[in-house]
Design a protein around this ligand. Structure first.
Ligand code: HEC
Length: 313
């Protein structure tokens, strides 16, 4: 496969930029976890900076060279594959769409770093990024790969047919598709209208069933026992001696992660109706916070007591 530009310093710079955006993007995506949060911040800011630099370069490029936003395929490139119509259709939009997606992911991350309320949006937008990259890689391979024979050649023929059909349908389809991806990405953050009623009841019923499976004598949870667990001081890790180290002694308060300093929403259901509503999220946190603080997993009874405590406040 040949990168479709003649070799000069701009191409070298473009390759450097491309390698850097891939590197910082992959690292940022893989380090979003709280244990590697500083690496996430560092690579995320770098990523956002590279997107910004690319946009400036696009303005300076004035439609020419590797940094042009809308890159028109050279006739030579079309001849490579016989997929001219598809290349003509897709290539001018590729960089613009990628940069739009990356700008949304990167800049929402900076917003989330400063404003806790932007975290949900950043999460949703970033989850779209790997799909964008996957589509980009598939398209680049599909457009520029030169088939030599066999199955690959068949694939090439199929692609060129597809290209002809696509060019008949016109660019509008591409624009509509881009818009649909964007709307779908934003839709992830929209509230779910089906989530009416009390999801806490369902969670508590499931927790009770689990506790009874462990010990049939259990009949109910005790918020006082849950509070004792919440406030208990432990010696496993001096930096997080208690649940309240991050969640604060009063679960109605906003907490702060002892390591990353990030804001944690209040735990009490009375002030944060999202608590005790998502068993998957709770399992994830119990599976992490109990060993970190207590040095062991919480029992099903302890989990239920803890949840009952959060519901009682
Ligand atoms: C090192 C900081 C830290 C400590 C210590 C900690 N947590 Fe957490 N906890 C978090 C973070 C971060 C979240 C997820 C952020 C959020 O949901 O707002 C969370 C969320 C939770 C949730 C999810 C609740 C829900 O319904 O959404 C549960 C349950 C939980 N923690 C239990 C515990 C228990 C039990 C302990 C003590 C054994 C504990 N946590 C100690 C950081 C901590």
């Amino acid at each position: 496969m040949r990168i479709p530009f003649s070799g000069n310093w701009k191409v070298a710079l473009w390759r450097l930029w491309h390698g850097s955006i891939v590197g910082s993007g992959v690292v940022a995506y893989l380090t979003a976890d709280e244990d590697t949060f500083f690496m996430h911040q560092f690579s995320g800011y770098l990523f956002a900076g590279l997107v910004g630099a690319r946009l400036v370069a696009a303005v300076l490029a004035r439609g020419k060279g590797p940094f042009a936003l809308r890159r028109l395929a050279k006739p030579g490139v079309e001849a490579i594959s016989g997929r001219g119509p598809l290349i003509r259709l897709v290539m001018p939009w590729m960089a613009a769409i990628m940069l739009l997606g990356f700008a949304l992911a990167g800049y929402s991350g900076i917003a989330a770093d400063w404003f806790h309320s932007a975290e949900g949006l950043h999460k949703a937008l970033s989850e779209a990024a790997p799909w964008l990259v996957g589509g980009h890689v598939a398209l680049v391979l599909g457009l520029l790969w030169r088939p030599k024979g066999g199955v690959v050649a068949l694939l090439g023929t199929a692609l060129s047919r597809l290209g002809r059909i696509a060019s008949l349908l016109g660019r509008r389809v591409g624009v509509a598709f881009g818009a649909a991806v964007l709307v779908a990405g934003l839709g992830v953050t929209a509230p779910d209208p089906a989530a009416a009623g009390s999801p806490q009841d369902a969670v508590m019923a499931e927790l009770l069933a689990r506790a009874q499976a462990e010990d049939p004598a259990v009949t109910a949870f005790d918020p006082a026992r849950g509070e004792a667990l919440y406030l208990s001081r432990n010696t496993v890790d001096a930096t997080r001696p208690s649940c309240s180290a991050c969640h604060t002694p009063d679960p109605r308060n906003q907490g702060e992660h002892v390591k990353t300093g990030r804001v944690i929403d209040p735990m009490a259901v009375s002030v944060n109706p999202e608590r005790v509503s998502d068993l998957g999220q709770m399992d994830k946190r119990f599976g992490r916070d109990c060993p970190a603080v207590l040095g062991r997993d919480c029992t099903a009874l302890e989990q239920g007591d803890f949840a009952a405590f959060l519901l009682s406040r």
